[in-house]
Ligand binder design. Structure first.
Ligand code: CO
Length: 221
């Protein structure tokens, strides 16, 4: 175990050194302030790291991750991240990022019992049940899972856009847009699910259009 930790610390020293070789003041500048344009709300899955996927440096994206990228109105952790990002950091874009092949979404779809986490994944089952008729009409189990992964993103964009934090920001005229994206583990590519929300009054129409588009012409078939 200690050997593994030594390995990690050594890796870190090498990384720090290489960054400083490119830019001597990189860490000194960052230590003084952060000014990210983006908030990423994504899955905790180790294969979906925000900075690497976006090709962004430390300081460029504020991040919150949980199992299956869920936004719940009683989750003080997620809401605190959102509030700080929107009110204090003034990010311009909030990205809700799901991924295909999500273990949390898979467990929710099939009622797999995993323990305490079942209670968290109940929120994804609510998404499944909300769209049950259209989901159950899909015969191919892989496609069915793909659609639920996508639907889960759109529903979380809806939840996020309905928070007091976003509503207050839009009411005072702040320019901040919420987006729903989904990531492919197999090719490393992000797809836009085309549900941008930058004001209160476009929320429901953009949500409904995005859901219809999903079933008419899926981002991945
Ligand atoms: Co996942």
């Amino acid at each position: 175990m200690s050997n593994r930790l030594e390995f990690l610390l050594e890796q870190n020293r090498r990384w720090s050194q290489s960054v400083k070789e490119r830019n001597q003041d990189f860490f000194r500048n960052l230590a003084a302030q952060q000014n990210p344009q983006y908030l990423w709300i994504g899955c905790a899955d180790s294969r979906v790291p925000a900075n690497e996927i976006l090709g962004l440096e430390p300081g460029e994206v504020f991040v919150h991750r949980n199992v299956a990228n869920v936004v719940v109105h009683t989750d003080l952790n997620c809401l605190s991240v959102l509030q700080y990002a929107v009110d204090a950091l003034r990010v311009r874009h909030v990205l809700v990022v799901g991924h295909y092949g999500c273990g949390g979404v898979t467990a929710a779809l099939h009622n797999t019992r995993l323990g305490l986490i079942d209670n968290w994944l109940r929120h994804v089952q609510d998404v499944r049940d909300k769209h049950r008729v259209r989901l159950m009409a899909i015969a191919d189990p892989i496609r069915q899972l793909d659609r639920l992964c996508e639907l889960n993103v759109l529903e979380q964009v809806l939840n996020l856009s309905e928070t007091t934090i976003m509503r207050d920001a839009w009411a005072r005229g702040q320019e901040v847009t919420v987006h729903g994206l989904i990531y492919g583990l197999e090719d490393g590519v992000l797809h836009d699910l085309n549900m941008p929300v930058s004001t209160d009054n476009e929320l429901l129409s953009h949500y409904e259009a995005a859901i219809d588009r999903l079933f008419a012409s899926p981002a991945r078939t």
